[in-house]
Design a protein around this ligand. Structure first.
Ligand code: URA
Length: 434
């Protein structure tokens, strides 16, 4: 088989066999196909697309390109969760302890933030002492012992995606639905869970800007998972405004701890999404028979304190100290409303970029983040505000850093004379009927 022939085949709209896709992935991962030829093939895919069966085979070949986790020794049905990313999305930190506290094992491997979006690992690392780089053996041992872990993907998992994603980034070939779906699902397949809950976000702060694009991605990822024998459901959720009241690593961890301790006081959109994702996961795992039972179980795990206890166990198992104070920022500056009105929107992408400039995120992979930096909202979409009322507090290492983004944060708020209805963040759930 020759790579040149495969490039030409895809250029001309042909359909690859499973064997051809395995050859492409294996030889590229080994370094036997050069970047310039793989780039040409990727661009041909961007233009010509991949059929369903090509996408399933590509994903399988990528998933098998390195180590895979074998979770078969765990009790029950382990569940994995994936979010396509957003601003203020800390749901994983709440959902994992809720599931594990009810006996559903979760070996959760997460990523870091880049640009306007945050990453679960960065949030978790703001807890003093927490270690996120676990070996495959440590992951298994911890999930056996306490039912869950929250850690980084090891470098030996899906090396094909690591290489391909970097190449796509440098060759304007990220924007291809089958390539995105294969990239995400190859990592989920390699993590070994038989049941997977996907949170596919849409809106200004999300990777997918429209609900139609999010639905298409969710549908394809669900079909890939099923083709590989996994139970998969996908929640479509809004990422037009930041999720919850906090954006920034330690601030978001504090918000999760508060939500698990007293959900009635938590942001309503955040707690609704945490509850729904947990319910879907409980249903997929077979722990409950209906979504309503799943939601009730999630409520019970929080109300009894079991989810908080599980959070503490996860932190301790990974070397952290759950009672230590989280890092706090020396500079804290409030921004206020210039006029009376109702908040009708908060631009998630603008807030994510402002939080990044405060130090909470990275402009490039190499940037260091400030765990204490970020933004707390005192008002949310739908609230009435009077002139001079505090909208948000900005946290950073210096006051000048907060001043540099004040205007951007104020401009991210949209106001009107009339209130707009409060929207649920949950738009739809796919895959529960199978
Ligand atoms: N996230 C991924 O993991 N892969 C993509 O291709 C896009 C987003």
């Amino acid at each position: 088989m020759r790579i040149l022939d495969l490039i030409a085949k895809k250029r001309d709209g042909g359909e690859h066999t499973d064997e051809e896709l395995r050859f492409l992935v294996e030889d590229y991962t080994r370094g036997d196909i050069p970047d310039y030829q793989m780039s040409a093939w990727l661009m041909a895919v961007v233009w010509r697309g991949l059929t369903g069966s090509e996408t399933f085979a590509l994903t399988g070949a990528m998933a098998g390109s390195g180590d895979t986790l074998d979770l078969s020794s765990l009790p029950g049905t382990p569940v994995d969760k994936h979010s396509t990313g957003g601003v203020g999305d800390k749901t994983t930190l709440a959902v994992v302890p809720i599931l594990a506290s009810a006996g559903v094992p979760v070996a959760k491997m997460s990523g870091r933030g880049l640009g306007h979006t945050g990453g679960t690992l960065d949030k978790l690392e703001s807890v003093p002492g927490v270690r996120v780089n676990l070996t495959g053996a440590e992951v298994l041992a911890q999930v056996h012992q306490i039912g869950a872990c929250l850690c980084a993907q090891t470098t030996r998992l899906v090396p094909a995606d690591r290489k391909l994603y970097a190449l796509r980034d440098a060759t304007a070939t990220v924007e291809s639905l089958p390539l995105i779906a294969a990239s995400i699902m190859s990592k989920k397949l390699a993590c070994g869970a038989p049941a997977i809950v996907l949170d596919v976000k849409f809106g200004g702060g999300a990777f997918m800007k429209t609900v139609e694009d999010a639905r298409a991605l969710a549908d394809l990822m669900t079909r890939i998972g099923r083709a590989h024998g996994r139970r998969v459901a996908a929640v479509l959720s809004a990422m037009d405004a930041p999720l919850g009241r906090a954006v920034g690593n330690a601030l978001e961890v504090q918000e999760v701890i508060g939500l698990l301790q007293d959900p009635a006081e938590a942001d309503g959109r955040l707690s609704a999404l945490v509850r729904h994702l947990s319910a879907v996961a409980f249903l997929l795992s077979g722990r409950v028979g209906t979504l309503e039972e799943g939601a009730a179980l999630a409520d019970a795990q929080v109300a009894s304190g079991a989810a908080t206890q599980k959070w503490r166990e996860i932190v301790e198992a990974q070397g952290g100290q759950p009672d230590r104070t989280l890092p706090t920022a020396p500079a804290q500056v409030s921004v206020s409303a210039a006029a009376d009105g109702y908040i009708t929107g908060i631009d998630a992408e603008a807030i994510g970029l402002a939080a990044m400039r405060l130090g909470a995120g990275r402009a490039t992979q190499e940037d260091k983040i400030d765990p204490a930096a970020g933004i707390i909202f005192h008002k949310s979409v739908g609230d009435a505000v009077g002139v001079g009322e505090t909208l948000a507090t900005l946290y950073a290492d210096t006051e000048s850093r907060t001043r540099a983004v004040t205007q951007a944060v104020v401009a991210a708020f949209q106001f009107a004379a009339q209130p707009s209805p409060r929207q649920s963040p949950i738009y739809d759930t796919l895959g529960l009927d199978s």
